[in-house]
Design a protein around this ligand. Sequence first.
Ligand SMILES: Cc1cc2nc3c(=O)[nH]c(=O)nc-3n(C[C@H](O)[C@H](O)[C@H](O)COP(=O)(O)OP(=O)(O)OC[C@H]3O[C@@H](n4cnc5c(N)ncnc54)[C@H](O)[C@@H]3O)c2cc1C
Length: 476
Amino acid sequence: MKPTTVTLDADVVVIGSGAGGAVTAAKLAAAGRDVTVLEEGPWIDADAVEPFSLEEMAAKYRHRPAAALGTPSIAYAEGRCVGGSTEINSGLYHRLPGHLVESWRDEYSIDEFDPDTLDAYAHRIEEDLAVSRLPGAPPPSSALLERGATKLGWRSVEYSRVFRYDTAGRGVKQTMSRTLLPQAVDAGATVLPDCRVHRLLRRNGRVVGVRCQRTADGRVEDLMIRANHVFVCGGAVQTPAILHRSGIRGRVGTGLKVHPMIKIAARFPHPVDHGGVPMQVVTEFGPNLSIGGSASRRGQVAMALAEASDNIEDALADWERVSIYYAAIRAEGSGRVIGVPGLRAPIVTYRLTEGDMSRLARGLVHLGEVLLASGATELYPSVADGPVVRRQDGLGAWWDAVTRSRASLMTVHLTSSVRMGEDRARTGADSFGRVWGYENLRVNDASLVPDAPGVNPQGTIMAIAARNTDQFLADT
Ligand SMILES: Cc1cc2nc3c(=O)[nH]c(=O)nc-3n(C[C@H](O)[C@H](O)[C@H](O)COP(=O)(O)OP(=O)(O)OC[C@H]3O[C@@H](n4cnc5c(N)ncnc54)[C@H](O)[C@@H]3O)c2cc1C
């Protein structure tokens, strides 16, 4: 049956309900603006599925296997549900380091961008989302990393998290579907889940509306939403894809940045917790290399072991003693997102430099050192046919194993595909996210962050989105 077409009107349309979109919608609604949020994914009760489970992957991830093409390719993950990637992330929180604020301001000519302003926004977000440290002792997977770092004399810190704790010390991750989106709805915003935006409608240098398709009660509806203002907040991959599908190019989709990660599945002589993600991060080699822990449910352990070796039955049967850790770098290399009309998924490419490859090899060796120091007995690297290592003197073999054809990399931090600033030759949007050439079209998500921050990016994305929304409210 041919879908029906429905036309709606909104003052402001926000596309995407993740870290950037939720901040934008909550602030606009609180200021009394008429806001409609369009979210491609479903609205799933935050308690309905187990965090980090395979069920969560099926329900909340954009679950087509995706990889940024290149040698090596880099697998990446994105959320696709109300709340976006904040629903599936680990909730580790870090402010944007002040020295990066200053260097980005100078490099991209970003107006009114300084550490004090960003810190003031970060402070408000930290209060709203109850950003805090773990009230009790860390779980073993985290304590092990700290133990190994202390033994080696390396610096490591426990990261804060976007978690609210009750008096018994139980923590609940403060995702956007639990916090800012209900606040936006209470203040009058409309959130339309299961609503995928195909493209923006343009006329004479303005965006006049949005074409999307919504599934509700088993029925598919074509929607045309007329809007005075549009914020695109689909994340660093989908935002440039939406703009490209709408015929908006310029410096859009170039300069994509990620934090590539190389991993080790580490086997210990004792069981390790598997419910959460370690909050300890080794900062000894920062700001360009950091070491931490990943989700390690049975499914993730199986995938990590399989990357290393085809002889994994024994370790897999013992998966409760296996935990996954990573080394992540700030890559020098960069990538591109190309949205193709008619194709549902954009093409994403990424080119790592030789320097990036050697930083990844160094990261893998340091990660191995700290895990052996923490008591691990067997290390499976995410390197095809990478030797399984049991002693410090075996780690040297990994230097030559981390090659473009053998390293298996992934990332969950993607930024910088529509950078902001006044340098029009290098940015896709102005200092407050307004897309060059369009008076009423703004980007307000990870895409704007001018470079990889080297720390967990959600706090940076939210602080920048809040700053830009205030500027919009002052201007319109
Ligand atoms: C597994 C994982 C773990 C992570 N861990 C951490 C962490 O511990 N700490 C941290 O700081 N960061 C972490 N991150 C990264 C962080 O979550 C993201 O950087 C951040 O959420 C990005 O915000 P965003 O608003 O740009 O995009 P998202 O939060 O991804 O939101 C984008 C939303 O837009 C929607 N959308 C896209 N296209 C369309 C369309 N055409 N129509 C309608 N809607 C659309 C998507 O469905 C999605 O819901 C993690 C990410 C992942 C995936």
